[in-house]
Design a binder for this molecule. Structure first.
Ligand SMILES: [Cu+2]
Length: 263
């Protein structure tokens, strides 16, 4: 094709489809964070909760900007920056230092983490195609006002609607059993009796941990007691046969720490 020749209709349509898909991928990434915030209890975590909301807002604003003015370099750079930032934040939470005092391991929470990461990578790849001359994003007319308005309306309704549904869909309180019960809730270990993260028991007592959170947690008190991964409602028990102070953490979120004191 000659440099001055206009892209044919099929190529222009493809470029518009890619552009809308990039906006949808951005919104998917935002919805994942919105769901984690409301349903999975991330709103209870200092700094991470607000940062999830900030991420949702950033992804939505950029998605809207891409639909309306994806021709602007600034908008496309912002889309890539937000996606790369999300991936970097994910990676930092997997390091020993964590991110915003928060650590998480592996691909937890599943499957949201994997979906969000795929969405961010899809955004970066799709936006990158807009730098190819043939697939350049233009300011109309093929992506006209009706298409842009309809796309934005669908994305906005999906976000507000799902947000409203999720805001009302709190994890139900799980009543833990056992003589001494610890509820894992709000990314913390809470003695059911007094809410404290230290439980006092006598030798021979059994402590029962119940995961009342959305995300998976576990109980790691090496070498005395180690649980499997506990999904919501999952229960772990351990009977303490020796006196002592036993510190433990969640192996998935190592900032979650607590102690069992056996007398
Ligand atoms: Cu945990």
């Amino acid at each position: 094709m000659e440099p001055h020749e206009q892209p044919d209709r099929a190529t222009r349509t493809l470029s518009d489809v890619i552009r809308i898909d990039a906006a949808i991928a951005l919104v998917v990434g935002g919805l994942i964070h919105l769901q984690l915030y409301f349903v999975e209890g991330y709103r209870d975590i200092d700094k991470i909760g607000p940062s999830f909301l900030a991420n949702v807002v950033a992804l939505l604003v950029v998605a809207g900007a891409i639909v309306l003015r994806g021709d602007l370099l600034l908008v496309r750079v912002a889309a890539v920056a937000v996606s790369v930032g999300t991936i970097v934040a994910f990676a930092l939470t997997r390091t020993d230092d964590g991110f915003l005092d928060f650590r998480e391991t592996g691909w937890n929470p599943r499957p949201q983490t994997a979906i969000a990461m795929v969405a961010e990578i899809v955004v970066i790849v799709l936006v990158a195609t807009s730098f190819l001359p043939r697939l350049a994003w233009r300011r109309g007319p093929t992506l006209g006002t009706p298409v842009a308005a309809a796309t934005l309306a669908v994305l906005a309704i999906a976000t507000v609607g799902l947000g409203a549904v999720w805001a009302g869909d709190q994890p139900e309180d799980v009543v833990a059993g056992g003589a001494v019960a610890v509820s894992i809730e709000g990314f913390a270990f809470n003695d059911v009796a007094d809410g404290d993260n230290v439980v006092n028991v006598s030798v021979g007592d059994t402590v029962t941990w119940t995961n009342a959170d959305g995300p998976t947690h576990n109980v790691v008190g090496v070498p005395v007691f180690v649980s499997e991964d506990l999904a919501t409602g999952g229960v772990f028990e351990h009977t303490f046969t020796e006196a002592g102070e036993f510190a433990y953490i969640c192996g998935i979120h190592p900032q979650m720490s607590a102690t069992v004191v056996v007398e």
